[in-house]
Design a protein around this ligand. Structure first.
Ligand code: S3P
Length: 163
């Protein structure tokens, strides 16, 4: 039986907010992959990107290796985790992968661009990433959950997958 629920999706799609809520409601532990990386490396995400995206992606994969060993967790991932199939192999081995699918216009309406290095170029960049990644999120997902409605409904659907 799978022992983790792993949330993938675009930056700003609500992965962390919803992951935390689902963890609270189910009494499971919660890990946000980016926060895990920050604690682990003692560096911020923008600082890690200063050495290039490849450097960040290597650390991200090492973090996936660590998280893969753990059980009974809700994990929210960074939006680019799908860029390396090894990450999905690691997280999906004992985890159900849920794509949190939030329409790009809703993401654009409320995304905080500043703290996300890849989005510094603004909304055009977000749209380009969305177009580049959407099919990958769908391909890697065991389940697709729409996040264009009240948060409680989204959580209920995710908890339904876990039961
Ligand atoms: C990234 C998304 C970020 C973070 C990093 C790279 C991406 O996480 O991992 O800035 O490539 O989309 P969020 O999806 O939580 O913003």
């Amino acid at each position: 039986m799978k022992n983790k629920l792993v949330i993938i999706g675009m930056p700003g799609s609500g992965k962390t907010t919803i992951g935390k809520l689902v963890a609270e409601k189910t009494g499971k532990s919660f890990i946000d992959l980016d926060e895990f990386i920050v604690e682990w490396t003692k560096k911020t995400i923008p600082q890690l990107f200063e050495k290039g995206e490849d450097h960040f992606r290597e650390i991200e994969t090492r973090a996936c290796m660590e998280i893969a060993k753990r059980k009974d967790l809700i994990v929210s991932t960074g939006g680019g985790v799908i860029k390396k199939p090894i990450n999905i192999e690691l997280l999906g081995d004992n985890g159900v992968i849920v794509f949190l699918d939030r329409p790009v216009d809703l993401i654009m309406a409320d995304i905080i661009v500043q703290s996300r290095p890849l989005l510094k170029e603004g909304k055009e960049k977000l749209l380009a990433l969305y177009e580049e990644r959407y099919e990958l999120y769908k391909k890697y997902a065991d389940e697709i959950i729409a996040n264009d409605r009240i948060i409680e409904e989204v959580c209920t659907d995710i908890i339904g997958i876990m039961n």
